[in-house]
Design a protein around this ligand. Sequence first.
Ligand code: ADP
Ligand code: MG
Length: 439
Amino acid sequence: MVDWDKVVNYLQENLPEGVYNAWFRDIELGEVNDDVVYIKFKDRFKLDWVESRYLNLLRDALKSVDGKNYIIRLVAPAEPEELKPPSFNYPEEPVQKVMFQSNLNERYTFENFVVGKSNQFAYSASLGVAKSPGNSYNPLFIYGSVGLGKTHLLHSIGNHIQNFYGNLRILYINTEHFLNEMIQALQNNTMMEFKQKYRSVDVLLIDDIQFLSNKESLQEEFFHTFNELYHKKKQIVITSDRPPKELLALQERIRSRFFWGLIVDIQPPDFETRLAILRKKAEEDGLQIEDDILYYIASNIKNSIRELEGALIKLLYWSSLTKKEITLEYAREVLKDIVTERKRTISAEEIQREVCNVFNLTIADLKSKSRSKNIVLPRQIAIYLVRKLTDLSLNEIGQSFGNRDHSTIIHAIEKIEKQRKKDKQLKEIIERITSGFEG
Ligand code: ADP
Ligand code: MG
């Protein structure tokens, strides 16, 4: 594990403050595997600047932590204009296609993929691959839990490439199908054809690679296919429900291949993105639906976009069946099985009290101006939890913490958000307190 604070310290010590603030202040540590370290930038412009001038310094900074020579990969989300639905000039006549069963689903495209904070890295990396297959990140590895858009992105890549490079052989395959096909090939004595098929593609899109786990002969075959395609500079895109380092039942030599390219994750969408997705889906279905109902769904279904869609579909279905107009009351009734509404509203004070219990502080401490370390962290945790568990605005949260201004509140939330991912103990504390409220 890279001690990121040390890297930051090194940079601060070795750069003029202005330079540090301009280019490095908001960089974050991404994936780390052995000697490859991903560093996340907020935008492309900063990334390019740092890459052209400060790469060696970054290398030294990482080396200062534990003496290792890391390989550094800089990544940035898509540019704001890239985040808008791209208006590709698709060829009027589809480019002459080769006869090849690609398994692509045309329903999934970049245009109808809603981009938000939670998926922008995955989106822009996918777009990069689609624009220049085989020449950008190879392999591209996208991971995230179920229903967050991995399969959608995979098909989008394939569809985009198909529209622009019609002569490329593109193949989408779910790992389970790959397995079934192989078993059949073994039974029918057609392994040669099977191998030939997979090793002759230009773009291999392989979904849900976690299904390779514990399947030795499949892994063997995949390994050789991967190598051959990779060395021929053919594009490979892989999805998984977990990061490579957690694919424990996969041979190490396969896992390590994934780090040759780029690894990006998709997180559950935030509220704004959930709302945008609902709006988009409603629009696609030509549906008039009141904002308060979309708000209701977006604030109560959080973990998966598939569930979000499911809720909308269910609502439509029932309303077309019963010919009833969709009102908020009606939505509540129809969705009551899907939605687990918060049973009661939680107050900022309850959360403060709970955090004080855990850290043995008083509420006055939390609200005080003290910068003492053993108060600052609990205070930030409490702020973070109030944001997460209540509907209070940033200003209201500020008021309930001794009139702090809203930038302080944002800072606290972001800091804990970030820290939580790196610090297991902190994560546990937060989960414990949270579960006390959701129980
Ligand atoms: P996963 O493969 O990660 O389990 P899918 O790609 O199957 O998830 O996505 C589930 C559903 O949600 C699909 O219908 C997909 O179109 C939709 N979806 C996911 N992400 C988005 C997004 N960002 N914008 C629009 N629709 C999305
Ligand atoms: Mg999927």
